[in-house]
Design a protein around this ligand. Sequence first.
Ligand code: 4AD
Length: 476
Amino acid sequence: EESKKIVLTEDPALPAAKKAKINKLTPLRGDRVKIQGWVHRLRDQKGIMFIVLRDGTGYLQCVLSGRVAQTYDALTLNLESTIEAIGTLQALPEGKTAPGGHELVVDFWRVLGAAPGGEDAFTNRLNEKSDPSILADLRHFVLRGETASAVLKLRAAMLSAFRKALVGHNLMEVTPPCLVQTQVEGGATLFKLHYYGQDAFLTQSSQLYLETCLPSLGDVFCVQESFRAENSHTRRHLSEYTHLEAELAFIDFNDLMTHIESMICETVDTLLADPVASALVKQLNPNFTAPKRPFMRLSYVDAIKWLNDHGIQHEEEDAEGNVIKDENGAAKMVDHAVGDDIAEAAERRMTDILGVPIFLYGFPAELKAFYMKKMPRKEGETGPICTESCDLLMPGVGEIVGGSMRISDIAELLAAYKREGIDPTPYYWFTDQRKYGTCEHGGYGLGVERFLAWLANRYTVRECSLYPRWPGRATP
Ligand code: 4AD
């Protein structure tokens, strides 16, 4: 009853408050500051209120006591309300801990946007033990949590570290289109749409466009969404993902792998050298250590042998790609043979046993996309025709990068269209690259969510995307 009558007013005799963000407070210790944010945590201890305020840049403990803690707003304050708090920023006394090593002793505050309590309270809406589909519906609330927001902060730092590494190696950023009329990685995973009376697709990869930039801008990269209509419900497949792709001219296959390795290692070094980013890595993945260079290089043919030597088999499939089952419904397991696609499960097991980044290279041409350059064959060599292609595999995730050298000869490219049953007509602009000054070139695509899953030790790429999309899910 009493509290309803307590009305706070700001004391005009106090020094004017400086408005600041939480991560910029350290130089303002001793000053009177104004902070706006969301009530992240709330606790009452013998009439003293402790509020942990969150503004996206950090967390700040606010201490409210006396009249300041006795207003109606104070007694009815709920988590996730927005408030403005003004007070003196004080270093914490010896032995106390709080984010930033300081706390705000509040002399005036007000509610900006009250969040509901009771039935509709934030903690009732978001129960972390809810089933995954409820949590997916509530992604907008999950993002307010300490872990999800740390993953996104690390993602931002990671993208800027990558850009720094790429620009440092003379690659220029471009922004290719998402609406396209050509496929790159096979027609089966294209999202098709109506486009002013024509068919168009959502891009699977910006690679072909990057290739057209080489004669214009030199080496290039992009950070662009790619779309895959794959019915894969795995830990590492999204229907829309952020694709970091790069293309380099006048290189050979060895240069390509060395470049990919440099980009990964320089990005990790930049992150670990930055106090904010390295604290995020420590929070999310306490055991993380930077990978050692050079990365292991394992040919596809040697990998097949390695899998068989280690008893890692795969499910036998019929000609249509259906798993063959015995009378008990169990899949029939068989050894790997040269020519088999190495499936996700086997690749993961191998990578986890080896425990280091691995360049798996030299995949048979028939397993790979139309544009890949073939490996020169040695005298008398048998077996499948292999390509100058590589996947980079990381422990815990598996493939995070796919790259290759590209066909540089126009006749070979035209033959490749034919072999794959691709109509060359809509590819005229791509074919022209081989006609007007061809060059040896290659490039790669890195799955940003997969790289982040490795760096931040996340179980699935779904945790590494702002609003992940997978089969059946495009909400929120
Ligand atoms: O191996 P991919 O299909 O290669 C390409 O698209 C090339 N055209 C890239 C290039 O050379 N410019 O895809 C490259 C990477 C994969 O290694 C993986 O990290 C990621 O893209 N990726 C996916 N990430 C999440 N969900 C999916 N469905 C993905 N498909 C590929």
